[in-house]
Design a protein around this ligand. Structure first.
Ligand SMILES: [Fe+2]
Ligand SMILES: [Fe+2]
Length: 269
């Protein structure tokens, strides 16, 4: 990577890489270059409206995406791992989009340290899941997937606070809720390898939600807003669904996402 590339330009290069494993490799290389100081400035760069993606999987409405029933037969587990690989591929783009899109928001260097670490994790998660799909005789792209995550990005592209509220603090937090039951179910059917992968992902995602909380609070502070009430307002304004209990209180607490954020919202909707 030439020395003159800024972090924002490097993030756009990740977004513009289509083949999934190449995107993941570019993400990981950016993180290495940033930590080593080879990328030595944040810079600014406009991210694409839609990141480059492979021609497969087909993107369909959620009801047309294969069901992910976890059984000892491989098909339901392949559908689950495929859906998770799709989420992680989106998550790579979401991390690098936040870096590029808000690169001129006068944020401290630690903001970029956090999101490049998230992007690096998401790339590692994608690669682990893609490897596991290969072991099961499948590949990312084999099944249909849905575009909900990128839609959430589009709908919050105008405001960092809205992006943080919806992406890490709704969608990634939801991952903390739903992953432990999947892990338990995978162990019941004897797929400890996939269960271990999901446990690693769950544990890493706590840090992602924690980064979301930290920067959500930072931006609220800068704008003189009360964080929990602002979160609930942004849910009403920017989120079409509703928060779905049961919440994983232990993992949410570990991320600093305390119940005053999500419990009142859940009651009133
Ligand atoms: Fe992830
Ligand atoms: Fe994540």
């Amino acid at each position: 990577m030439p020395k003159s590339v800024s972090l924002a330009e490097s993030a756009v290069a990740v977004l513009e890489t289509g083949p999934p494993r190449a995107k993941a490799a570019a993400a990981r290389a950016s993180a290495v270059a940033w930590r080593a100081g080879r990328i030595d400035r944040i810079g600014t760069a406009a991210p694409p409206g839609r990141p480059a993606r492979p021609t497969r999987p087909d993107l369909r409405p959620p009801r047309e995406v294969p069901r992910r029933r976890i059984t000892s037969g491989a098909n339901g587990r392949i559908a689950l791992l495929h859906a998770l690989a799709h989420i992680e591929l989106n998550a790579i783009d979401l991390a690098f989009d936040i870096i590029a899109r808000f690169s001129n928001d006068a944020l401290p260097r630690t903001f970029f340290d956090d999101w490049i670490a998230v992007g690096d994790d998401e790339a590692r998660h994608y690669l682990m899941l893609d490897d596991r799909l290969t072991e099961l005789g499948a590949a990312y792209g084999d099944l249909a997937a849905h575009d909900g995550l990128w839609q959430a990005a589009v709908e919050t592209s105008d405001d960092l606070l809205a992006r943080l509220a919806i992406v890490p603090l709704v969608l990634e937090a939801r991952g903390l809720d739903v992953t432990p039951p999947m892990i338990a179910r995978l162990r019941v059917v004897g797929d400890n390898r996939s269960a271990d992968l999901l446990q690693t992902i769950h544990d890493d995602e706590i840090r992602h939600v924690a980064a979301g909380v930290r920067w959500f609070r930072h931006v609220c502070d800068r704008r003189g807003l009360e964080p929990a009430a602002t979160y609930r307002r942004l849910l009403r304004e920017r989120f079409k669904g509703r928060l779905k209990p049961p919440f994983n209180r232990a993992s949410r607490d570990a991320a600093g996402l305390t119940p005053e954020f999500y419990q009142p919202g859940a009651e009133h909707r």
